[in-house]
Design a protein around this ligand. Structure first.
Ligand SMILES: Nc1ncnc2c1ncn2[C@@H]1O[C@H](COP(=O)(O)OP(=O)(O)OP(=O)(O)O)[C@@H](O)[C@H]1O
Length: 244
């Protein structure tokens, strides 16, 4: 697959006014190619979450524009934005964000249920098989380990085959083994199914699972790295003095 799944053009984001004014993004332009796994890295406060939230239509931009697929997100009505996020964007959060009263299967189905759609049975089996949840589907989140809860969140994000999945520190609450499992099937969903993923991370090892790393510092993109390894990510962080 080719083309752009998400794009920022000269995006500025300013929070607050006067003394409380914070410029979180200073003219960020970036393309996120379809079927690629991209990491966004940078020190605390550099604007990673703000960029992701603007790209995902969770926050408005002060200036510039954002596209998801061919759709300009900037200026959409609240209703259209809600529909865009529901139908075309998947989210994975550090805190899993599962509904505690629903089973794993119900959590995975929820976005489709809300949209009044049914999961494609073949794709359901593929996703459940990939994340290895077959025997845990009737469990509630409290009956699952952190790693298993995050697998449920990944399956939920993958199920609607969104244009792009945004993952905000998806392994931040997991031990390294569970984190590696999550990263492996995010990677395989990109390699085998052409999923597009944009992931914020502080971790050079997590970033090494991606195709490309975009480094932010003080609200601007300062460098990029293709086919990263933990070593080249660390080097780039040191070179740009963007040590996290
Ligand atoms: N809602 C808000 N109101 C005011 N300032 C904000 C808001 N959200 C973020 N900021 C500021 O914008 C800047 C960028 O924040 P952002 O959360 O995007 O950084 P980050 O790179 O994701 O940081 P971290 O790695 O610590 O999560 C910071 O200076 C932050 O204090």
């Amino acid at each position: 697959m080719t083309g752009t799944a998400a794009r920022a053009d000269d995006v500025w984001k300013v929070y607050g006014t006067e003394e409380a004014r914070v410029v979180a993004l200073r003219g960020v332009s970036a393309d996120f190619a379809r079927g690629k796994f991209t990491a966004i890295m940078g020190p605390s406060g550099s604007g990673k979450s703000t960029l992701m939230h603007c790209l995902a239509g969770l926050d408005t931009v002060t200036r510039g524009s954002v596209h998801i697929g061919g759709t300009e997100v900037t200026g959409l009505s609240d209703k259209a934005l809600t529909r865009l996020r529901r139908d075309r964007v998947g989210f994975i959060f550090q805190q899993f964000n599962l509904l505690p009263t629903l089973t794993a299967a119900e959590n995975i189905r929820l976005p489709l249920d809300i949209a009044g759609k049914k999961p494609d049975p073949q794709w359901w089996d593929t996703v459940i098989g990939t994340v290895g949840l077959g025997d845990r589907l009737d469990h509630r989140p409290s009956q699952l380990s952190g790693g298993q809860q995050q697998r449920v969140a990944c399956a939920r994000a993958l199920m609607s085959r969104p244009d792009v999945i945004f993952a905000d520190e998806p392994t931040g609450n997991l031990d390294s083994k569970a984190g590696a499992e999550i990263l492996s099937f995010l990677r395989s969903s990109v390699m085998e199914h052409g999923q597009t993923i944009v992931m914020v991370t502080h971790d050079p090892v997590a970033a090494s699972y991606t195709d490309r790393v975009v480094f932010l510092a003080d609200g601007s993109i300062v460098s990029e790295l293709e086919n990263p390894t933990p070593e080249t990510v660390l080097e780039a962080m040191k070179a740009g003095e963007v040590l996290v």
